[in-house]
Every structure is written in structure tokens, then in C-alpha cells.
Write a protein that binds this ligand. Structure first.
Ligand SMILES: [Ca+2]
Length: 554
């Protein structure tokens, strides 16, 4: 565990900084890759490098200290004592970097003293609970709430203290239900409705042309035709039978992969889906069996790469770059525009290849891909804050600024305009942003404190509209299967999830891989369903229906 506490004094000392620091620019990227909680783990980074980068001049010109006088609430000149806030850094940041430029800026702006801490299950269990921190999932909120470390939040107070944000989050009101336990609200939900990590299909367009297909496949039949041609018609023209249509991520992600193929049959394994007022799990629906029959046929015919059992999203991208497969499911943000990560990587490896993003295939059950819905992350407040009204007020003041004050959002998520970031288009005053050389890597920004105190998607809708990449937003609108294709319970944690969920996902992954490869015949599907039900699936299904009745039913 990487828990670093930093010492701090009681006096407010303010760095004397260049004007540019105070006049931080006004833009934000609403789509920060680092904000997405998809259950991925970030790799640790070299802190020594961070420290060196940080010392190298970020704070040059900011060396003098002075005490800032504060006006009292009654307008008197008596200095208000800074409020100390133990602040859990962004959960994807690997470690605390103390006394960064951003921390000092926040301390000055809000007259606070921040103690940044890295939140872990271990630190929480040992009683080291921050005043303010962020969690990625309703299951985390539920777990910490049951440990008694969270403060319940009064929705009326939220409405009063954060009016701009409340107006927006009200449009996704069901999100409140995901973190309401025992009739009380335990977190401030954040939302995201235009998600660059929604997926479409990324095709080798030059391969399509090579096999005589001039239009991007849109239906499942057209998808199948193209995938077979990639496997059978030597699309790379080397005279060898060395290509496949596609591969999958049968055991390496949160579900079973082949999301768009299952989607074409109207189902997503592991998701809770609503059918005629009942909640059923996609893992055991008859439509899943239909999709598996199709996938098994493709496997038998040599269209699916046998390595689909162990492939990951990283490895299938490499297979696309290296001309082993001709289509992948890819995040729209990585594939829609010329500067998308996957497009750029392909160009590096094979400059002659042509890629094109297409829709998820339309099949007998519709079309769709895995979608995380409007859910983003959650802001939570430590239980001890309820006994300290002044601190709670201060926290709400910070949260309101984090959601609607451009200067604060920019500083915490982008840094200083002209130093750390600028608009992508020269001279622009809105739209997409880019990081400056020296700050393109996350660890370089963490060293300056950028992201550590960012709360991500708590920004207001108008803010996002103003500062997002319009071209990318259009692509998301065009290719995403959102908003109608997501978990009926918005990925809420069920009471017995901890007991069964991981084992059931693993069971489904194992069986589905075997059904596709033929190691287990599809005539055993009912046997698999019975096993799934007996091993906790029935119990979870009951809990899912109870929760739906109580909290989500329209
Ligand atoms: Ca070939």
C-alpha cells in the first residue's frame, strides 16, 4: 500500500506566483481518459522521476511566501483560520505528491490547508478516513457505508449548495438510487452522457476493398460476410492462409467479450436487463445461446482467432496493427478521429493500412455494444465531517467551484493554460484541449498536482458543452448504442454481489469460451444455466428484482 501522509502547519502560507498562475486558463476536457472507472488498474509510476520533474522548475517564480489576510464573515479584517481538509487524491493517481502547485493554489483560493492522502481499503479500515474523496462504483460506496465511514448527504442541502450541478444531475435522477441505502443518500453521483469509451467497430477498410466489399458492414449478415472474407480470401495478399476475421476477450474483461455480436441478439452477458417488467441476467438468457451458436460456427469455420480465449483489448489491437485480424471493437474516442490513439498507432506500424469506424451490427435483437450508462464516479464525505458544520460548508464551497467555476476546474484538471495545456486549435477560446510538451504524460501532470484534486465529471453540462471536442461528440452520438443499452440497475451493487458476483462472472466466461470453441457442446447450455442459478445466480436475480421494484421501476 502506498500511503503517504504529509505534514502541514496551521498558518496559511501563500506562494508568490507569476500572474499567469492566478489567471489560469478556462478550458477543460470533459473526457479525461483517466476518469473512466472500468475496473482497470493503472501501473505504478516512478516517483523519483516525478519528484525530479517537479523540482525542475514548475514552481520557479513561486518561491516567496507571504501570509494572506482573510476577511471575517462579518467583513472585519480578522484573519479567518484556514480549515484543514484531509483530501483523498484521485483514485487512479498512484501516490500522493505533496505540496504541488495545484495544492497550493487550492489552499490559497479557498483558505484551506489540504492534507492529501491516498485512499485504500487498508487505510480506510485502519480508521484513516479522508474528509472528501472519490469512489468509482456504487459497490465501493456500499462497502464503505456499511463500515460506517461515510456521512449521509441531505439532498436538499445538495440542491441549495450546488444549484448549478443539481439542475443537471436531476436529469439522471436514477443515479441517486444507486447510492441510496437505508433510505439515505451516501454519495454525490457524477454523470457522463457522451462517452468516448463507448464502442463501435473498427474495420480494415483496405481489406474490405481487397475482398470486394465497398460499403462498411452494418448488419450482422454483412459483418459475417466480411469476417469470412478476411479469413478465407487472403486480404493481405501474401498467398498464405494466415488471417482471421476477428478475435475476442472471452476471459480478460468485465464480461465475455464479443459485445457487439451479443448485442445483435439483444443481450449482454453479465448485465441485468429488463424484460416485460422482470429483471433477468444476460448471462443466462436464451438470446445468449443464439449468439454463442453463431460464434461457435465462426470458430469452427476458422473465422475467429483461437486465441480469443486469452486475448485482451491490448492484444487484439496489436493483431489489427499486425494484419492478423480485420475488425475489432474499439472505443469511439480512440478510433473516430485522425488523432485517435488506435488510428495513430496503426499509422506508425503500417502507414498503408486504412481504418474506418462503423456501427455495431444490426441483428435479430437489434444492435448494441457494452455501455456503462450515465454512471460516472461518486464524491463521498467522511463521517466525521457531520460534526463540523464549518468544514462541511467549506467542502460544499469547493464542490460547487469544482462543478461550475471554470478557473477551479481548469486548475485541477488541466493546470495552467500556456504552461500545461492549451486549446488544440491555435487561438481558439473553446473546444478541444491538448497538453503541452513536458506534460503529455499523466505522471508528468501528477507531479504538478494536476488530476490529484480533480473530481472529473462533476462539471456542469454547459461547461462540458463549451469545452469539449465537437467533432468527437458528433462521432459518439453517431456510433454509440447509448443511452438505451445499459444495465437496468445502473450497475448498482446487490447485497450479495460480494458473495457471488466474481465467481459467477468467471463461470460464465469459462463456459462461453468452451461453447464457442466446442470443447463443451451448446446442448449443455441448460446445464450451465442450472449451475449458474445454483451458485448464487437465483439469489442475485431475486435481489435484482427487489431492487428494481423498489428503486428503478418507471
Ligand atoms: Ca494471407
Amino acid at each position: 500500500m502506498r500511503l503517504q501522509a504529509v505534514g502541514y502547519g496551521r498558518r496559511v502560507t501563500v506562494p508568490k506566483c507569476p500572474a499567469g498562475l492566478r489567471d489560469a486558463g478556462n478550458a477543460v476536457q470533459p473526457f479525461q481518459q483517466g476518469e473512466f472507472n472500468l475496473g482497470h488498474q493503472l501501473k505504478p509510476i516512478a516517483l523519483a522521476v516525478l519528484a525530479a520533474t517537479m523540482g525542475a522548475g514548475l514552481l520557479s517564480g513561486c518561491t516567496g511566501n507571504q501570509t494572506k489576510p482573510q476577511s471575517g464573515a462579518d467583513g472585519s479584517q480578522e484573519a479567518a483560520k484556514p480549515i484543514e481538509i484531509k483530501w483523498g487524491i484521485h483514485f487512479q493517481a498512484p501516490a500522493v505528491v505533496a505540496d504541488t502547485e495545484v495544492q497550493k493554489w487550492l489552499e490559497q483560493k479557498f483558505n484551506i490547508k489540504i492534507k492529501p492522502v491516498k485512499v485504500t481499503d487498508v487505510s480506510i479500515a485502519s480508521g484513516d478516513v479522508p474528509d472528501l474523496f472519490m469512489l468509482g462504483d456504487p459497490a465501493n460506496v456500499s462497502a464503505y457505508q456499511s463500515q460506517g465511514v461515510l456521512m449521509s448527504i441531505d439532498p436538499n442541502q445538495l440542491k441549495e449548495k450546488m444549484p448549478e450541478y443539481y439542475q443537471d444531475i436531476e436529469q439522471s435522477k436514477a443515479l441517486f438510487q444507486t447510492v441510496t441505502f437505508d433510505g439515505k443518500l451516501w454519495a454525490i453521483p457524477m454523470f457522463i452522457d457522451l462517452k468516448p469509451y463507448d464502442m463501435g467497430l473498427l474495420w480494415r477498410q483496405d481489406w474490405l476493398e481487397k475482398v470486394g466489399i465497398t460499403k462498411l458492414p452494418e448488419t450482422l449478415e454483412e459483418f459475417e460476410k466480411a469476417a469470412y472474407a478476411f479469413a478465407k480470401q487472403d486480404p493481405d495478399g501474401n498467398g498464405k492462409n494466415d488471417t482471421y476475421g476477428l478475435t475476442g476477450t472471452a476471459t480478460s474483461t468485465w464480461s465475455t467479450g464479443f459485445y457487439s455480436i451479443f448485442g445483435a441478439y439483444g443481450v449482454e452477458p453479465t448485465m441485468w436487463l429488463e424484460r416485460n417488467g422482470q429483471i433477468v441476467n444476460g448471462s443466462v438468457m436464451p438470446e445468449a445461446k443464439e449468439a454463442l451458436e453463431k460464434l461457435h460456427q465462426w470458430y469452427v469455420d476458422g473465422v475467429i482467432d483461437p486465441e480469443f480465449i486469452t486475448d485482451t483489448q491490448d492484444s487484439y489491437r496489436k493483431k489489427l496493427y499486425n494484419g492478423r485480424i480485420g475488425v475489432i471493437e474499439e472505443q469511439i474516442g480512440k478510433a473516430a478521429l485522425a488523432d485517435g490513439a488506435t488510428i495513430v498507432a496503426m499509422k506508425d506500424i503500417n502507414p498503408d493500412a486504412k481504418l474506418a469506424l462503423g456501427h455495431n451490427p444490426q441483428g435479430p435483437g437489434g444492435s448494441g455494444n457494452w455501455d456503462w450508462g450515465v454512471k460516472s464516479n461518486f464524491v463521498v464525505i467522511g463521517s466525521k465531517v457531520k460534526d463540523d458544520p464549518a468544514k462541511l460548508d467549506k467542502i460544499f464551497e469547493i464542490l460547487r467551484a469544482q462543478s461550475s467555476d471554470e478557473e477551479t476546474i481548469n486548475m485541477t484538471s488541466l493546470g495552467v493554460k500556456g504552461t500545461h495545456w492549451d486549446f488544440a486549435k491555435e487561438g481558439a477560446t473553446s473546444g478541444a484541449t491538448k497538453y503541452m510538451p513536458g506534460f503529455e504524460k499523466q505522471e508528468q501532470r501528477d507531479a504538478a498536482g494536476i488530476r490529484l484534486f480533480s473530481l472529473g465529471n462533476i462539471t456542469t453540462r454547459s461547461y462540458r458543452d463549451k469545452y469539449s471536442n465537437a467533432e468527437l461528440n458528433d462521432a459518439v452520438r453517431k456510433f454509440s448504442s447509448a443511452p438505451n443499452w445499459t444495465d437496468a440497475l445502473l450497475f448498482s451493487a446487490l447485497p450479495s454481489d460480494g458473495k457471488y458476483k466474481n465467481d459467477l462472472t468467471a463461470l460464465t466466461q469459462k463456459y462461453f469460451a468452451q461453447f464457442i470453441s466446442g470443447e463443451v457442446p451448446l446442448s449443455d447450455f441448460d446445464k450451465y444455466v442450472a449451475e449458474w442459478k445454483a451458485k448464487g445466480g437465483d439469489e442475485l436475480t431475486k435481489e435484482a428484482n427487489d431492487m428494481y421494484e423498489k428503486q428503478f421501476k418507471p
